[in-house]
Design a protein around this ligand. Structure first.
Ligand SMILES: [Zn+2]
Ligand SMILES: [Zn+2]
Length: 316
């Protein structure tokens, strides 16, 4: 096949997946999107525990208001930077987990800033882990250093070291309650992951509880801001899980293809999302940015995930 033919085929397959499908013409109520990434809890200690011991706010208050994916997966490298990269760029790739390299492809946030001709503060990354500032840029030559979202990663927002989630939450709430909140926002909270690596079972569980409370605070802040209320979709998800009990060192680490590392979770809430719905079909992290792009009617040709149409099929 000639290069030209292949190019044309690629263009058309891109259009059918992301350009001219039916959903393109649906008008969604959501104008604002928040992706909350709870870093590294294992499914067995969150939704997999049917008594919801460690996530009472999510189970009792948020799940009844949203759509839950019980078979949500990280199908790429199960580390922090690769996981977040998949959520931002819609494609899995190997990438340094210490922040030594940039994502290969532009992120949804870059496409958004470019297409909407908007300020970089209209798409923001706020992360407890400094290394996640690599998400604000890409190696792609035509996009490198262009249309970069605002990034505040690490304790002083300068991309260095790790900060406590409590401080990250101050910044997150300040941003969500501002008069001009960003249309796109990604938040990373690290407490669960760091205490898992610390091999401290009690602190690991305590941090799942803290993060559960922070998640409700984020949802409440959205309801408090008249700019965001009834116009915001919140995606509550993870970058990876942790090793299955009995596999390697269990909850202490992650990074391979075991079910504990791959099985993560997604709970979606917002004005377009049916309440109290559970979806058991498989979905994966690269589907999140593709879904947001389609809800926003933004072109996102490099995103390889699929539109999560099953969220919207049930009547509201
Ligand atoms: Zn980790
Ligand atoms: Zn594993």
């Amino acid at each position: 096949m000639s290069k030209l033919t292949l190019g044309i085929l690629l263009i058309f397959s891109g259009l059918s997946a992301h350009g001219f499908s039916q959903e393109k013409h649906i008008q969604y109520k959501s104008e604002y999107f928040v992706i909350l990434v709870i870093d590294g809890p294992r499914y067995t200690e969150t939704y997999g525990d049917t008594s919801c011991t460690y996530i009472p706010n999510i189970c009792n208050t948020l799940m009844p208001q949203g759509t839950f994916f019980s078979n949500f997966r990280n199908n790429g490298p199960t580390y922090t930077v690769p996981g977040h990269t998949a959520l931002m760029t819609g494609i899995y790739q190997r990438i340094s987990n210490v922040g030594a390299g940039l994502p290969r492809n532009p992120s949804l946030f870059q496409y958004y800033i470019k297409e909407r001709h908007t300020l970089n503060t209209d798409a923001q990354i706020i992360a407890s882990k400094g290394k996640l500032n690599v998400l604000s840029n890409t190696k792609d030559r035509t996009w490198n250093n262009k249309f970069r979202p605002y990034s505040y990663c690490g304790p002083n927002g300068n991309g260095l070291s790790y900060g406590p989630d409590l401080e990250t939450m101050v910044k997150v709430k300040e941003t969500l309650l501002s008069a001009t909140p960003p249309h796109l926002m990604m938040v990373n909270l690290l407490g669960v992951d760091v205490n898992g690596h610390g091999n401290d079972w009690k602190k690991y569980l305590d941090n799942i509880k803290y993060t559960d409370a922070y998640t409700l605070e984020i949802w409440n802040a959205i309801q408090e801001n008249p700019m965001l209320k009834d116009k915001t979709t919140l995606f509550i998800t993870n970058d990876h899980g942790r090793h299955t009990e009995g596999h390697k060192n269990g909850f202490v680490n992650h990074g391979d293809g075991c079910d504990g590392c791959r099985h993560i979770s997604l709970l979606v809430l917002g004005p377009d999302v049916p309440k109290n719905q559970e979806i058991t079909t498989e979905a994966e992290m690269i589907d999140i940015p593709v879904t947001i792009a389609q809800m926003l009617h933004i072109g996102f040709p490099t995103g390889k995930g699929r539109f999560l149409s099953e969220i919207f099929t049930k009547k509201l």
